[in-house]
Ligand binder design. Sequence first.
Ligand code: HEM
Length: 250
Amino acid sequence: MAKTLGTYFETVRASRAWRSIFRSGRGGTRLHDVLAIQQNVFLHLFSAKARRRALDFSVTWYLGALTFGSFLILVITGILLMLYYHPSVPQAYADMKDLQFVVSSGVFLRNLHRWSAHAMVFLVFAHMFRVFYRGAYRPPREFNWAIGVVLLLLTLLLSYTGYLLPWDQLSYWAVTVGSNIASAVPVFGSKIRFLMLGGNLVNANALLRFYVLHCMILPLTALAFIAIHFWRIRKDGGLYAGAPPKPEAK
Ligand code: HEM
């Protein structure tokens, strides 16, 4: 069975259609491996070579990759949730109840989204502490640290904007408190609150704004910054694997 699958895969890889997409061919040499990465629009963000030591679990604890994994789960489950959700008052609340009691596997879908969101917030902080603990923020990686700070803020904003969408008491009061805190900013406070809510009250306008931010603006911005973050790791010479070992005394 495995042999049949292998042969089938080889036939596909040798086909003209496959070769028109993956131009590096199937030479099986180091050069072909490098070309396969460099010539793929998604893979070229990553480095074609890596120091073996940098791939050890103890170097990164895979926290950045796990953060990205939870982001991907959130995107997929978020798109599925959008199929059942209307960002209008009071329909939004009814949709959440339908997800709970009517939609097949709705509770699972909602909880997967919710728990992945909690996980992402935890993981992004853990990843940031790991980078700090190892000193991986130092030159030449200081720009990637700054990109990371933007990603941290985007993660928190994604969490916050998602909070209003169920349109229940918890959401309503959380956003009331949050927008009141924003209004305490000197000089521009009331303007910021107005901009956030699309008015002076937490109502249908606010729900629509939070929905567009949560489902479009923030995820797309995060995706763009994640792409820069990954590309930048390559440009900064790969992952920081610690100081090079000292030469042994003779
Ligand atoms: C959506 C959020 C984020 C994602 C998906 C993400 C993803 C990653 C991945 C996959 C790596 C390489 C592997 C690893 O270190 O685990 C990495 C490295 C790095 N990240 Fe992040 N990251 C995020 C947020 C942050 C934050 C908040 C900071 C700091 C404020 C940060 C700073 C860095 C730096 C400086 C590196 C290079 C570390 C090195 O060379 O060892 N990242 N990130």
